[in-house]
Design a protein around this ligand. Structure first.
Ligand SMILES: Cc1cc2nc3c(=O)[nH]c(=O)nc-3n(C[C@H](O)[C@H](O)[C@H](O)COP(=O)(O)OP(=O)(O)OC[C@H]3O[C@@H](n4cnc5c(N)ncnc54)[C@H](O)[C@@H]3O)c2cc1C
Ligand code: SF4
Length: 273
């Protein structure tokens, strides 16, 4: 395998991007990703915090220690993964991490791998989705994405600027991808408008080093409050209000997540309003 380290965007020409490698390396090792060329993009992607702008190369460890970012984002980073992973893992890589669905990770020929079945829906799915789960029932694992969605963040890539929600798409028969990023497109930075108050609450199986079973971010800006959830749908999930939880479509063994989400949303709203 060839490893390239381009020093400017114009030099990019295909290959699999790697930043911290905490996601790419295990997926290559397990034969889920394949690449002849790995492109180390650390020289291309800004790193650091400048007002509301955060370089996509900033590590989760740097974010969790920063007094200059909203509380919801700081807390989402602090509660993610382990200290070692947060030291290596970048903001951009976190937003683009793949599903933790064990059927997908074990290479079952499920719909997300291009097959015609959702093995989780028919099988073991305690940790899976409660919204938009009819085609693929995976639960988006990024705490950070939920926080940024509640904070109404925008993303700047090497080709365009978009709202965080537009970075994601629900997979369907015609297109199994869960992001809208095009081949060769690099996330450069994220911009967050100022928030008056924000919080991130996370229910997990262990107290530390665990993916969100349900993560709830709430942010108040200009009197309006946005609520976004991790771990409940194949993409980060925005609620118009707590009543949206009445429209959840849990699988037989994910109904418990609806009750956990209700409790966390209630608590988060009390904190920010
Ligand atoms: C055991 C474990 C536990 C974890 N727990 C949590 C958790 O609780 N909560 C949570 O939110 N996350 C969790 N994570 C995810 C972790 O935070 C991510 O793996 C990490 O942030 C990814 O960053 P990276 O720089 O290492 O990405 P990489 O592995 O380098 O890349 C990940 C993906 O993003 C692409 N990519 C990276 N940067 C860019 C960019 N700038 N532009 C375009 N494409 C890019 C790569 O091509 C690849 O597809 C966990 C991971 C592990 C392994
Ligand atoms: S939930 Fe999605 S990733 Fe998991 S088995 Fe079903 S189709 Fe595959």
């Amino acid at each position: 395998m060839e490893l390239l380290r381009p020093s400017n965007l114009a030099e990019l020409d295909g290959g699999l991007f790697v930043h911290g490698g905490t996601e790419v390396v295990p997926l290559l090792r397990d034969g889920i990703l394949h690449a002849e060329t790995l492109v180390d993009i650390r020289e291309l992607v800004p790193r650091g915090i400048d007002g509301g702008r955060i370089g996509a190369g900033t590590t989760l460890a740097e974010l969790e220690a920063s007094p200059h970012i909203p509380g919801a984002l700081r807390e989402a980073c602090r509660l993610a993964a382990s200290p070692q992973l947060r030291n290596m893992g970048s903001l951009g890589g976190n937003l683009l991490q793949s599903t933790r669905c064990w059927y997908w990770r074990l290479k079952y020929p499920c719909r997300l791998h291009g097959g015609d079945r959702c093995h989780a829906a028919e099988g073991e799915h305690r940790e899976h989705a409660i919204f938009a789960n009819d085609f693929c029932a995976s639960a988006h694992p990024s705490d950070v994405a939920a926080a940024l969605l509640a904070l109404d963040a925008r993303v700047r890539t090497s080709r365009r600027e978009l709202g965080l929600a537009e970075l994601y798409r629900l997979p369907d028969e015609a297109d199994r991808r869960t992001t809208t990023l095009e081949p060769g497109e690099v996330i450069l930075e994220v911009e967050i408008p100022p928030a008056e108050a924000s919080i991130y609450l996370k229910a997990m199986d262990r107290k530390r080093w665990s993916f969100p079973q349900v993560g709830v971010a709430a942010a108040r800006t200009g009197g309006a409050t946005r609520i976004a959830l991790a771990g409940v749908a194949p993409v980060p999930w925005l609620l118009a209000g707590p009543e949206d939880l009445d429209g959840a479509t849990p699988l037989p063994r994910t109904a418990w997540k609806v009750e956990v989400a209700r409790a966390l949303v209630r608590r988060a709203l009390t904190e920010v309003t």
